[in-house]
Design a protein around this ligand. Structure first.
Ligand code: HEC
Ligand code: HEC
Length: 320
């Protein structure tokens, strides 16, 4: 009799120990969320920054095609970053990430701004703790991953949300689908010029999003006033000095200021720059061969290029 009781007791104790060791992550059945939806919540979540004042969307503002409107962005405690915040739309085929390609893909990229002292300045491990302390987020992660939030699944869901930020509803796309009247005559001439050997824009900005998967030097480095070495800092290859990832041009009409340092406020300034780079940077280092000889666009050509670039704006950002 005594032996039987002790066996029973032992089994009971075993069950309790096992249950404590592997608590079943029960979530109410009503908790349903997709990766993209959770990623969206986190993209707008200020708790991802040290003092809970900055979210991804502080610098990647939806109304401006997810870019910032200032040359350099404010991070926590008003600290300024080092580069201009680009739009984060249409990035599905634009790896590696950042102007210098230091993150290998969208998910890898997520860790950088969160931990950057000039941006959100919070250790990933802290973010994980904060989210798991919040019953709402904890339940969402368990419902999706059968596990609590981790650095990896946080990056995973934010990247999934970013991949939904595709835009292709532009006058240019309507024109390409056969609607001749969707863009102006000026934009049509601008398109021809963009594709031409004279302007060579398409040599670098190609593909459906006008991005290149390459790093190029358009002359914005002179080792003095213009001193961001770009890709070289990551690759250590001297041929990469002053090279930056070729950005996509969709929605470029609403993503100013432009370039890695936000030095050009308007598209007019960008076009003037390509017309003759030396008027802005006298002695560029390692300038791409295709831009060495100034093009000197006519007034009409400049206007046409501008019309074309503006035709790449998604209708959701027009008439704001
Ligand atoms: C304080 C401003 C700021 C915050 C906050 C911020 N970013 Fe950025 N983001 C930038 C800047 C500046 C760059 C360009 C940096 C570079 O290329 O070196 C950038 C670049 C990127 C890129 C690369 C785009 C490309 O074409 O290569 C992605 C993607 C991105 N951010 C997503 C995010 C996400 C996701 C968050 C939130 C976890 C976030 N950012 C938070 C300023 C910010
Ligand atoms: C040799 C390659 C190359 C050529 C040719 C070229 N670009 Fe670029 N373009 C780039 C690179 C690289 C950047 C980013 C440079 C930086 O941020 O410092 C860029 C940036 C831009 C930007 C700013 C985008 C942003 O979001 O900040 C615009 C607009 C642009 N180019 C339009 C054009 C037009 C129009 C032409 C033709 C007149 C052209 N490009 C020719 C490589 C090129």
């Amino acid at each position: 009799m005594k032996v039987k009781y002790s066996i029973l007791f032992f089994l009971l104790a075993l069950v309790v120990v096992l249950a404590l060791k592997n608590p079943k992550q029960e979530v109410p059945k009503s908790v349903r969320i997709s990766k993209e939806e959770l990623g969206k919540l986190l993209f707008f979540e200020k708790a991802l920054s040290l003092d809970s004042t900055v979210s991804c969307s502080s610098c990647h503002i939806p109304a401006f095609a997810f870019s910032d409107t200032t040359a350099l962005s404010d991070g926590v405690h008003g600290k300024l970053g080092l580069r201009n915040a680009p739009g984060v739309m249409n990035l599905h085929a634009n790896e590696p990430m950042f102007y210098d390609g230091r993150a290998k893909d969208l998910a890898d990229q997520v860790h950088f701004p969160i931990q950057d002292p000039n941006e959100m300045n919070l250790a990933m491990i802290e973010v994980v703790k904060r989210l798991n302390k919040d019953p709402k987020y904890k339940n969402f992660f368990i419902a999706l991953f059968q596990a609590e939030a981790s650095a990896a699944n946080i990056a995973d869901v934010i990247a999934a949300y970013e991949l939904t930020l595709q835009t292709s509803n532009t006058p240019f796309d309507a024109f390409m689908s056969g609607d001749e009247s969707a863009i102006s005559e000026s934009a049509k001439r601008g398109r021809e010029l963009f594709l031409s050997d004279r302007a060579k824009c398409f040599d670098c900005h190609f593909g459906p999003d006008f991005t290149g998967d390459e790093f190029k030097n358009i002359g914005l480095y002179d080792a003095k006033e213009w001193n961001d070495v770009g890709r070289f800092k990551i690759s250590n290859d001297s041929s990469d000095i002053g090279k930056f990832k070729v950005p996509g041009l969709r929605n470029v009409g609403v993503t100013g200021p432009y370039m890695h340092n936000g030095k050009f406020k308007t598209l007019e300034e960008v076009i003037d720059y390509y017309s003759n780079p030396y008027l802005t940077v006298k002695n560029p280092v390692n300038l791409d061969a295709s831009l060495v000889k100034p093009i000197n666009f006519t007034v009409q050509e400049k206007a046409d290029l501008l019309s074309f670039l503006k035709s790449l704006t998604d209708k959701q950002f027009l008439n704001r």
